[in-house]
Design a protein around this ligand. Structure first.
Ligand code: NAP
Length: 511
């Protein structure tokens, strides 16, 4: 008993917490106070800091290259930005927000929510804003990080939370440098450029372009939407929550919990589980709903023909909108389906020879989705760089761990459930999983944890096979498809993701 009390007092002197329940006491061999570096202070980075603190880890630095938290929601400020995942699903399970004004919130409410959570949950003191991590080198149990501002810091564990839809994809169109008006990517909206009463052209018809269309058409003199491929549009009823409803959510938290549970299972059943089974009835229902939406709202047969996709609904990421069809039929709106041949001084010329004169061009052309932590140079065991490890495309065991990159874990890493589930839910499940591995390091049960090459290969083989049953391979082009045409996504239902994330299979790891 003397020994026990002595060790207890040692522990308290070191200010370390008792072991987490995942590690049985009998196997307890010690405790280390870990230093953890988090890369990125968007939705996932904020979550990582909160969960690490809950696990008793306090030595955390969260590096963020921008000067504010928020990630996607900080960066995307285009008119009409919102989230097409219901707000009460697109929020942290531990931080419900009774104040969301709508079923699907506008971007600024999500940004404000994330900032508030960061303050309320003690994230702020851990932030290192305006400091981009440029390199991370692993050497015998320690990650050496260096930032663009020349800071160096050492960590036992690194959590990469650097986002997926993050690096703008610039289209390869001749003459892009010749345009004399203003031109920018949708994720780099220039708030100083006047829009009202001007001639605006938007290139693209993804979720972003569709949201911009609804928001801009009434503000501009002329609106041109340059469509290369039409999209199926799922109608949305973006209800306002009344003051009474919000008061109820505030005063009776279980009501908000119930709404969230309901929305979560409806979202999983009606959408997430449907897209991974191309033969499912639900998927047919989705397509029927989209087709009915088009036929009800667009009566001109010629316009309807040009707006109707020739591939299956949800093959590309499904676009959800309440106002797109109305907006594109406004007298000052024009759907341009002729191919763009070049950008010129005064506008965009299509292959029919017509010049569309414009004051502003918005490139809503999507993102380079295979970058992840790059351009940060990451070097694992034996000097192997991430660039080398990912020469054939980004891969990771369960999206979380990369062989030969010990004690580095990713949130929303490669080939995970992007686009079909709420990414907040995904990150929460991944973080709980990662924490179980981190606790082994904390307890001294392991010094290096990384997935085995064999486990990753096996997972990849199964994933690629399962992907053949999804709607993403039924004959369309989309950002889901990697360079080989394989969907870079989780091809199974949500419940399977939940099950797999419940507990790491240690046989899949060097540990
Ligand atoms: P996206 O879905 O990748 O769409 C890019 C668009 O640009 C496509 O219509 C594409 O045409 C077009 N395009 C690209 N290069 C072109 C070129 N050279 N010439 C003509 N057209 C070109 O990008 P996004 O709309 O930014 O959306 C990306 C993802 O972000 C979404 O799928 C979604 O997951 C997420 N997002 C979500 C929300 C939300 O509410 N939750 C809102 C915005 C974005 P093709 O189809 O022919 O390739």
């Amino acid at each position: 008993s003397t020994r026990a009390s002595r060790s207890a007092s040692c522990w308290s002197a070191l200010n370390v917490r008792p072991m987490a329940d995942a590690v049985p006491d009998s196997r307890l061999v010690g405790d280390r106070s870990l230093r953890v570096g988090v890369i990125g202070a968007g939705m996932a980075g904020i979550l990582a800091v909160i969960k690490l603190r809950e696990a008793g880890i306090t030595d955390i630095v969260c590096f963020e290259k921008a000067d504010r938290v928020g990630g996607t929601w900080r960066e995307n400020t285009y008119p009409g930005i919102g989230c097409d995942v219901p707000s009460h699903v697109y929020s942290y399970s531990f931080a419900p927000n009774p104040d969301f004004t709508r079923m699907f919130s506008p971007g600024h409410e999500i940004q404000a929510y994330l900032e508030r959570v960061a303050v309320d949950h003690g994230v702020v003191p851990h932030l290192r804003l305006g400091d981009e991590v440029v390199s991370a080198i692993y050497d015998r149990g320690v990650w050496h990080l260096e930032t663009a501002r020349g800071h160096r810091a050492d960590f036992d564990v690194v959590i990469a939370a650097s986002g997926v839809l993050h690096h703008p994809r610039m289209p390869e169109i001749d003459g892009v440098d010749e345009f004399e008006g203003a031109m920018f990517h949708s994720a780099r909206w220039d708030q100083d450029v006047p829009i009202d009463g001007r001639r605006v052209g938007v290139i693209g018809t993804g979720s972003t372009a569709v949201q911009i269309t609804g928001a801009l058409v009434d503000r501009v003199e002329h609106f041109s939407l340059f469509q290369r491929t039409p999209q199926w549009i799922m109608p949305m009823d973006n209800k306002l929550f009344s003051d009474d409803q919000r008061a109820t959510f505030r005063n009776e938290p279980h009501r908000l919990r119930e709404l969230r549970d309901f929305l979560e299972s409806a979202f999983a059943e009606n959408f997430a589980d449907a897209v991974v089974d191309a033969k499912s009835e639900r998927l047919e229902q989705i397509e029927d709903t989209c087709r009915a939406n088009l036929y009800q709202h667009v009566t001109d047969p010629e316009l309807r023909r040009r707006l109707e996709p020739d591939y299956r609904a949800a093959c590309k990421r499904l676009v959800v909108s309440a106002d797109f069809y109305d907006a594109i039929q406004k007298p000052n709106a024009e759907l341009v389906t002729a191919a763009i041949s070049r950008i010129e001084r005064r506008g965009i010329r299509t292959d029919t020879g017509r010049l569309h004169e414009l004051d502003v061009i918005v490139l809503a052309t999507g993102f380079e989705v295979d970058r992840f932590m790059r351009p940060t140079v990451i070097t694992g065991l034996d000097g192997r760089t991430l660039e080398e490890a990912w020469a054939d495309g980004p891969t990771a065991y369960l999206s979380v761990s990369i062989p030969e990159f010990p004690n580095l874990f990713m949130l929303n890493g490669p080939n995970g459930p992007v686009g079909n589930f709420s990414l907040i839910q995904v990150a929460e499940l991944q973080m709980d999983y990662i924490l179980q591995l981190v606790r082994r390091l904390q307890a001294g049960l392991s010094t290096e944890i990384h997935a085995t090459e064999a486990a990753m290969r096996e997972h990849e083989a199964r994933r690629i096979e399962a992907a053949q049953a999804t709607v993403w391979v039924t004959g369309c082009n989309s950002w889901y498809l990697d360079a080989r045409g394989v969907p870079a996504a989780w091809p199974w239902p949500f419940r399977r993701f939940r099950e797999v994330m419940a507990e790491p299979d240690l046989d899949a790891y060097h540990h």
